[in-house]
Design a protein around this ligand. Structure first.
Ligand code: AMP
Ligand code: MG
Length: 337
């Protein structure tokens, strides 16, 4: 990996809102298992946000693994038989399978039975024994998902969950709706998936803070962004400490059935397609530093920030002018060649 060291720059202030005198229309909703905060400027902003909100609720009804009769719930319940799904579900599954192939299975939507065994779906956390995990891993494998047109067929006993990339897709849908209403200045936070639409009313880019996985009340730094998605996957997000004193988090390495432990604490992906950023933030966390770097070098088309367990902060070179570290963090720039 080619690296360039930079001294920590001065502190930056977090501002998610614009500084102009113009007041945004703001809306908070709870959908897709997360709090979504949205602010938009311009004359159609209120109407546009109402439309986004309705669409988020629609996506939840279609995609939630726990809502009976959602498209995903129907696929899981009927495992072994073909099930027709809506266009949203088809598009997300298609993208997920493509990313699974590219990441050698680091992203795997069939990991759901394992995620459930750890109690991350109910909040009743537990540490499954190795035998239970190896049995459950028999019921996983993205290559076994058959998608033909809009028909999905899972092997019996399999279950899928689109949680690793559905909010990113929701961000793409929201951006499309806002653009349809002529909104050119908005910022949405869909539970850690930030959509920076256009720029602030005065024309300056949005500033987005990136959480410090070592101290979630602090920030690693701030990033300027316009017309982009900024998506973070972190070990700190949903985790629990078991009786043995070990902490376990919600992103599972499909190769082992255990939460990924490879020295990477969080990955933030920045790019122009929400679904890709979301799918990749999860995948790259599972892949670890070296494989994430190799993936970025091979595929490109996105930027990333990797925070490690030992407090190192790596950023790809495209962000070097746009990321301002905070709290004394020292950044290392990753270069492509
Ligand atoms: P994210 O916060 O986008 O990284 O997504 C994490 C969520 O995706 C978890 O809470 C699980 O529901 C699910 N998940 C965990 N590990 C994986 C994995 N390796 N591939 C696909 N989905 C996963
Ligand atoms: Mg994700």
């Amino acid at each position: 990996m080619k690296l360039r060291n930079l001294a920590a720059a001065s502190l930056a202030l977090l501002t998610l809102t614009g500084c102009s005198a113009e007041k945004p229309q703001s809306l908070e909703i709870y959908a897709m298992n997360t709090l979504m905060s949205m602010s938009a400027y311009g004359e159609n902003a209120g109407e546009a946000l109402a439309a986004v909100s309705a669409r988020m609720n629609e996506l939840e009804q279609e995609l939630s693994v726990t809502i009976t009769e959602s498209d995903i719930n129907r696929v899981n319940t009927a495992a072994g038989k073909p099930v027709d799904v809506c266009d949203d579900a088809r598009r997300i599954i298609e993208e997920a399978l493509e990313i699974s192939a590219q990441t050698d299975g680091a992203l795997d939507i069939t990991i759901y039975p394992v995620v459930s065994a750890w109690g991350f779906t109910t909040g009743e956390h537990r540490v499954p024994c190795a035998g239970e995990l190896s049995q459950l891993l028999e019921l996983t494998g993205w290559e076994e998902v058959q998608l033909s047109g809009s028909t999905v067929t899972l092997p019996e006993g399999f279950e899928i969950d689109l949680g690793a990339l559905a909010k990113g897709y929701a961000g793409d849908c929201a951006a499309e709706i806002l653009s349809g209403y002529g909104v050119s200045s908005a910022v949405l936070n869909l539970g850690g998936n930030v959509c920076a639409i256009g720029s602030k009313p005065g024309g300056k880019p949005w500033k987005v803070a990136v959480t410090d996985p070592g101290d979630i009340s602090a920030y690693l730094g701030t990033l300027t962004a316009s017309d982009e998605f900024i998506v973070t996957s972190g070990k700190y997000e949903r985790c629990f400490t078991a009786e043995d004193g070990s902490t376990y988090h919600h992103i599972i390495d499909p190769a082992t059935g255990y939460p990924s432990e490879n020295g990477v604490a969080s990955v933030t992906v920045v790019g122009t397609q929400g679904i890709l950023c979301d799918a990749l933030s999860t995948s790259l966390l599972v892949m670890g530093e070296e494989k994430a770097y190799a993936f970025w070098q091979e595929h490109g088309g996105f930027e990333m920030i990797i925070a490690t367990d030992d407090d190192r902060l790596l950023i790809t070179e495209g962000l070097s002018e746009r990321f301002t570290p905070q709290n004394g963090h020292v950044i290392t720039i990753i270069c492509a060649d």
